[in-house]
Design a protein around this ligand. Structure first.
Ligand SMILES: *Cc1c(COP(=O)(O)O)cnc(C)c1O
Length: 480
């Protein structure tokens, strides 16, 4: 299916403003507010809204909307048409895709009740589903025992892990790689913990020598490693980091928000991922994974896990108006957030019922993404196009083999724009030229930073269009 395409350059944004960016050659470039769903999809979206509204309450067989209410829904569909085609295989930009239809149906069904997974009386069924789904994820990572819960995002899940890190090692630093997600520095600031970034190596992984030196210097409470960086999909060497941590008495938190579900492919089979870092996850003190990234869930679904169930004591708090229904543990008693959508747990639970955490289940989606990245790498290899680092997951950053850093940036900026005009939506990444020269020494350092394309191949359909994508990229990267 080729449903969604953004509108061409001729379409002026709905608001009629004309402040669009101009390219180096003076052409008008596409801005986010200029993209449009293809008319067929926009129509389908509007009719879906009209079809759903009568189902929106369990209080009656059918809900009748007033004329004003229907008009408001029509305006919604109209506004939503200003959207990138996230479900289309030609959307290769950010980590975005629609949830699985089953997750959507489960979420919508549960929303008819709108349970809250804070106290057990807020959602007894969905609290149990959350515990089961979280236990399945913990088992996937090889945890024998665990405590954990869903969160509204990966950021909040990491915040909880860092907060536990601080509570357990109050006066010690938290150390993460400069390849880590930007929110770690912010969250350390928020909780008032000294944060020390250490260098990344030439593959975009945390530099083990730098980390070893930092640990040797002392005062480190917890190390944050990233299993699948957001920028390049690089995999920190968890199996070596865990050794370094235990040698120096530091805890280990693994941020697997993006890469965690690739564990399903870490079995030595093809398509696969390097098994050792994933096998070492069981030795981490805490792990974060985002079901709303590679778990086919709608936004609002992160997950944090701790290997030691006794960290629950750190969350201890009293609330005289909650927790009165049962002595069983309420999820609110082990999370920093209060209200959370029970629907998010129901959607994840239902998805895992149909697509269990096996290579054949949810793993089949990841396998297609991984195969797409490997296939595209092979298809692009040649004299014209280079890749920043060989992809370890499903993110790939290609750039044209030009002599100067500035020329590479200019060409990639142009390709980003011309791809968008042609309905292909990529992303971009800025890199330090000195860092990229470690693996691509032929690049002339005439600018400190350079820009390349960044492609996230997280939809199974990407595996089917590898050859087409390679030739489109080659063509756009060759345009001077
Ligand atoms: C996406 C991501 C986060 C942040 O998660 P959100 O769900 O966007 O808040 C943190 N770490 C990594 C490695 C990520 O890829």
């Amino acid at each position: 299916m080729r449903p969604a395409r953004s509108a061409g350059r001729g379409d002026i944004g709905q608001n009629g403003r004309d402040e669009r960016r101009h390219s180096l050659s003076g052409q008008q470039l596409m801005q986010p507010r200029d993209v449009r769903l293809e008319p067929e999809l926009a129509r389908r979206l509007a009719s879906r809204a009209a079809a759903l509204a009568p189902l929106g309450s369990l209080a009656a067989d059918s809900v009748a909307l007033t004329a004003e209410q229907s008009a408001a829904l029509e305006r919604l569909a109209d506004r939503l048409a200003n959207t990138y085609p996230y479900g289309d295989e030609r959307y290769i930009g950010q980590m975005l895709k629609p949830p699985h239809p089953l997750a959507w149906a489960a979420y919508a069904t549960t929303m008819l009740l709108n349970p809250n997974n804070h106290a057990l009386d807020g959602g007894p069924a969905t609290a149990e589903m959350e515990q089961e789904a979280v236990a399945a994820i913990a088992a996937m990572f090889g945890y024998d025992e665990h405590i954990g819960h869903l969160t509204s995002s990966g950021t909040i899940a990491n915040l909880e892990a860092l907060w536990v890190a601080r509570e357990l090692r109050p006066d010690a630093a938290i150390v993460f790689g400069e390849n880590a997600h930007y929110t770690h520095a912010r969250m350390c600031q928020l909780i008032g913990v000294p944060a020390d970034p250490v260098a990344q190596d030439e593959h975009g992984r945390i530099d083990l020598d730098a980390l070893g030196r930092r640990l040797q210097a002392g005062g480190v409470g917890t190390v944050v490693a990233t299993l699948g960086t957001t920028s390049l999909g690089a995999i920190d060497r968890i199996e070596q980091i865990v050794e370094l941590c235990s040698r120096h008495g530091a805890r280990l938190h693994v941020d697997a928000a993006y890469g965690g579900f690739f564990t399903l492919l870490a079995d030595g089979a093809t398509p696969g991922v390097e098994p050792a870092p994933f096998a070492a996850l069981r030795r981490a003190d805490s792990i974060v994974v985002d079901p709303h990234k590679h778990g086919l869930q709608p936004y609002g679904c992160g997950c944090v896990l701790f290997a030691d169930p006794s960290v629950a004591r750190l969350y201890a708090h009293d609330s005289p108006y909650t927790y009165f229904t049962s002595r069983e543990r309420h999820l609110g008693e082990i999370s920093l957030e209060c209200s959370r959508a029970g629907a998010a747990a129901a959607a994840l639970w239902t998805t895992l019922e149909a697509l269990p955490l096996t290579r054949e289940g949810l793993g089949s989606h990841l396998a297609a993404s991984r195969a797409a990245a490997q296939g595209l790498t092979a298809a692009l290899a040649g004299a014209e196009v280079a890749i920043v680092v060989a992809p370890e997951l499903d993110i790939i950053c290609p750039f044209p083999r030009l002599a100067r850093a500035s020329a590479i940036s200019e060409r990639c900026e142009r390709a980003f724009d011309s791809l968008a005009q042609a309905g292909w939506h990529a992303a971009k990444i800025r890199l330090q030229t000195s860092w990229l020269r470690r693996t691509h020494p032929e690049i002339e350092h005439d600018a400190d930073e350079l820009t390349t394309l960044r492609l996230v191949l997280m939809k199974p359909a990407h595996a089917d269009i590898v050859e087409e994508l390679a030739s489109v990229l080659r063509e756009h990267l060759a345009r001077g």
